[in-house]
Write a protein that binds this ligand. Structure first.
Ligand code: SF4
Ligand code: SF4
Length: 356
């Protein structure tokens, strides 16, 4: 499909038409916090904000019923949950949050343990990504292979001041663009050149810094002093994991009795002391520095080794929300610095292969 132009004054009309596809969610500023909320026809969301709460929970819900069971005369009957999930659009999601769903896919749709309700939710959701024209102070997407203008999701749009440039990136993206037929014009060559210029400028607007490779992190894994110093002020409150768009630890709970009941998947956090508590009482991560090490190693080493991508999109929410100001960027810089002796200079660390 040819890229389109939507005049700013027609954005609301397109949003209204999108309601015929399904539920529409967009960034909304609340009294104390901002998040993605369902918008009804005629309600204008606030696209200037980068939300405090990521849209992760719209697809990977905090508490999700995954099956119901009954034991009757014919034996055990299991009914999978998820069929009732409706079509939905997440409109105005930022490139980092959009990319976070690719990371969640790698974890939750892997062939060994595919998550049915998540897969249905994912199939029925269209992501309309809005490029970040004003990246924040705590954003570092460019350090973790992203960009404020990253083309991810099903539709990609960028604000050009008096108009939006709109590009469908998948068949479902084309479908929702078509719903606004009559509102769009074809983008011109000048529009495309302007967009390319903006993409380059936005990439430069977020500073990049050296980060450790898988090999670096493996080398410092046993450096207790390093991890203890890093975790010194951490409270293990778990706030960073719950507000992280890529964190996906969960536990399974059953509610019911021997005859019937429901099974739920509920968010958990690797920062909690009982997360790895095993039957019999053994817990390999009693000390909180080991839990913080696990969180960092999982995102910046294990996830790369297992899925080929970094488990962090640089949204900066964990930095903004941490009650004791733990800054993941400092961890990345410190861990990379450990290797400057072998590489020669900090600049030499910038473009290394992360998997090495
Ligand atoms: S939000 Fe901060 S204090 Fe809480 S677990 Fe995360 S790093 Fe530790
Ligand atoms: S670790 Fe922090 S910066 Fe990275 S994706 Fe999670 S919340 Fe965002």
């Amino acid at each position: 499909m040819q890229a389109k132009i939507l005049k700013t004054e027609n954005l609301q009309a397109w949003l209204d038409k999108l309601a015929s596809y399904g539920e529409v969610y967009a960034p909304v500023k609340g009294k104390d916090t901002s998040s993605f909320e369902r918008v009804n026809a005629g309600v204008m969301p606030d696209f200037s904000i980068r939300t405090d709460v990521p849209p992760k929970g719209l697809i990977f819900r905090q508490a999700e019923k995954i099956l119901a069971y009954t034991v009757g005369e014919d034996g055990l009957e299991i009914k999978r949950a998820g069929e009732e999930i409706s079509n939905r659009i997440i409109f105005g999601i930022r490139p980092c949050d959009s990319r976070a769903f690719d990371i969640l896919d790698a974890a939750l749709l892997n062939p060994y343990a595919s998550e049915y309700s998540y897969s249905v939710m994912r199939e029925r959701t269209v992501l309309i990504t809005l490029a970040c024209n004003e990246p924040g102070q705590t954003c570092f997407c460019t350090t973790v292979d992203g960009s404020p203008a990253g083309k991810v999701g099903n539709v990609w749009i960028i604000d050009l001041g008096d108009r939006y440039y709109v590009e469908a990136l998948s068949p479902s993206g084309e479908q929702v663009v078509m719903l606004g037929e009559g509102l769009f014009m074809d983008a011109t060559e000048d529009d495309k050149l302007l967009v390319q210029h903006k993409e380059r400028e936005l990439f430069k607007a977020v500073s990049r810094f050296p980060a450790p490779t898988v090999g670096d992190l493996n080398r410092i894994f046993d450096d207790e002093d390093f991890w203890k110093r890093l975790a010194d002020k951490c409270l293990s409150c778990g706030m960073c994991t719950f507000l992280c768009p890529t964190c996906h630890c969960y536990e399974i709970k059953d509610e019911g009795n021997p005859k019937s009941g429901d099974r739920y998947r509920i968010w958990d956090s690797c920062m909690f002391s009982n997360f790895t508590l095993a039957a019999g009482g053994h817990n390999p991560r009693v000390e909180h520095w080991k839990r913080l090490r696990q969180r960092m190693m999982h995102k910046f080493s294990y996830f790369i080794e297992n899925s080929g991508v970094i488990g962090c999109v640089g949204c900066g929410r964990c930095i903004r929300s941490c009650p004791v100001a733990f800054d993941v960027r400092e961890f990345l810089r410190d861990a990379a610095l450990v290797c400057t002796a072998t590489v020669g200079s900090i600049d030499g660390l910038l473009d290394r292969d992360r998997t090495a």
